[in-house]
Design a protein around this ligand. Structure first.
Ligand code: PGA
Length: 247
């Protein structure tokens, strides 16, 4: 059952200044020719408002890269899901491995952020994925299973899961299509057992070194409903080539 279009999400990480608006405009122009694919760009927080204004009325939506679990409060430097929504975002990435690693975010923290996204009316893109050592020890499914258990939102709201093996992010390495198929099948089963029927409609993205050269192969795998793209999303032409590989 596929009730949504495939989703290609661009995670710009800590890249982008006001001058990057030209790249967004190119992405918007290309997206108009790909109505069968949903696309969201997640720029740094400083660009969300201006990007949302530029993208208004276009096929592109804008997302945040992280949010705080609380709506307001004494949390210097943090941004709430409500603030992202107010700035024009429609989605937010939570639990990216760089947040888990450099900011020590646990599954419980990620779940609280996913719940916050739901509360604010944002689509949470919840990231999970094993490290190289965990895969080599044969623990990839167990690790992702427990991340799924601990970090997905409590309610069956509108959220997306992104499977991103940590060792594939920014390295040029990717799992084999067979390994991706096994993991996405496993995640689908977990979603169905936890959220019953609505678990069938949750999109499961693959992320980690998705490029124009490997996108078609990865996106053709069963239960891969789109991609979370880092480096290649910074260049409109590459991002659009990846999106067009969904066809
Ligand atoms: P990458 O990053 O495409 O540059 O590997 C993916 C991500 O971290 O979301």
């Amino acid at each position: 059952m596929r009730i949504h279009r495939p989703l290609i999400a661009g995670n710009w990480k800590m890249h982008g200044l006001r001058g990057s608006a030209g790249e967004l405009e190119k992405i918007i122009a290309g997206a108009r020719k790909l109505p069968e694919v949903e696309m969201v760009i997640c720029p740094p927080a400083t660009l969300i408002m201006s990007f949302a204004a530029t993208a208004f009325g276009s096929p592109i939506t804008v997302g945040g890269q992280d949010c705080h679990a609380e709506a307001v409060g004494a949390f210097t430097g943090d941004i709430s899901a409500e603030m992202l929504k107010d700035a024009g975002a429609t989605a937010v990435i939570v639990g990216h491995s760089e947040r888990r690693r450099y900011h020590g975010e646990s599954d419980a923290v990620v779940q609280a952020k996913a719940n916050a996204a739901f509360r604010a009316g944002l689509i949470a893109i919840v990231c999970v994925g094993e490290t190289r050592a965990e895969r080599e020890a044969g623990r990839a499914l167990a690790v992702v299973g427990s991340q799924i258990e601990g970090s997905l939102p409590e309610g069956a709201g509108d959220f997306v899961v992104a499977y991103e093996p940590v060792w594939a992010i920014g390295t040029g390495l990717t799992p084999t299509p067979g390994d991706v198929a096994a993991m996405h099948h496993f995640i689908r089963e977990r979603l169905e057992s936890r959220y019953s029927e609505s678990g069938q409609g949750v999109r499961i993205l693959y992320g980690g070194s998705v490029k124009p050269t490997n996108a078609r192969e990865l996106l053709a795998v069963k239960n891969v409903d789109g991609a979370l793209v880092g480096g290649a999303s910074l260049v409109a032409e590459e991002f659009l080539k990846i999106a067009s590989a969904c066809r």
